[in-house]
Design a protein around this ligand. Structure first.
Ligand code: AMP
Length: 220
């Protein structure tokens, strides 16, 4: 049976890093909607320009666009064993549509994990976060080298990680995405992890939670 994991949590919680690791280790496809949008912008796709304007302001891109992106990725051959979603769903409408899509795919487990980090820590992390301008790899704030560890590309600040936009993103998170947590919270496959801990501890706890939720035998 397929396994799908949703990484919930505010910007800067460490969702992307953990999502990448979980996907690699379990042979799942990572779907990071923020990465997909940034790639489309880098490639100069005309429809990405509208998304860029929204992202630069810290606003959400519209639901139909985001749902189309995720639906398309879910059809890929390498999504057959399941996916790890990072940055999706961000609205209740997206969450509802995802449930419908998963219903169409059949009986697949959906584990939802909320990565919880205090707001002051998020602001601190986002201010020092760096991303590779070439391959998009996100570096830990403690990584101070100017070049990417993976490809040697230049490490830069994300356009939306400057302080004004960060505050807007956090506001949007509370308004639009917190209700998604309430949408999922009562399910037997919902878990919360303390994301303020060291990354390897978060990783271990997440792995246990996913295995535990999965063995609960509930689909979602
Ligand atoms: P992220 O890299 O996940 O922080 O996403 C960066 C930006 O991309 C967000 O601030 C939004 O503007 C946009 N974005 C990413 N995922 C979504 C989504 N599921 N719904 C709406 N907008 C999104």
């Amino acid at each position: 049976m397929g396994l799908n994991v949703i990484m919930m949590g505010p910007p800067g919680a460490g969702k992307g890093t953990q999502a990448g690791r979980i996907a690699r280790e379990r042979g799942l496809l990572k779907i990071s909607t923020g990465d997909i949008l940034r790639d489309a912008i880098k490639e100069g796709q005309p429809e990405a320009l509208l998304a860029k304007a929204k992202m630069d302001r810290g606003e959400l891109v519209d639901d139909p666009t985001m749902i189309a992106i995720v639906r398309q990725r879910l059809l890929r051959q390498d999504a057959r064993k399941g996916v790890v979603l990072d940055g999706f769903p961000r609205t209740v409408a997206q969450a509802r549509t995802l449930d419908q899509i998963l219903d169409e795919r059949g009986q697949e487990t959906l584990v939802v994990v909320d990565v919880v980090v205090p707001e002051a820590e998020l602001v601190r992390r986002l201010a020092s976060r760096r991303i590779c301008s070439n391959c998009g790899t996100t570096a830990d704030p403690s990584y101070l080298e100017p070049a990417c560890q993976k490809c040697g590309g230049k490490m830069v600040q994300r356009a939306d990680d400057n302080q004004g936009v960060v505050l807007e993103r956090l506001k949007v998170y509370h308004r639009e995405t917190k209700p998604v947590l309430e949408y999922y919270r009562k399910r037997p496959t919902f878990r919360a992890v303390n994301g303020a801990q060291a990354p390897d501890i978060v990783a271990r706890e997440l792995d246990d939670m996913i295995d535990d939720a999965r063995s609960a035998g509930k689909v979602r």
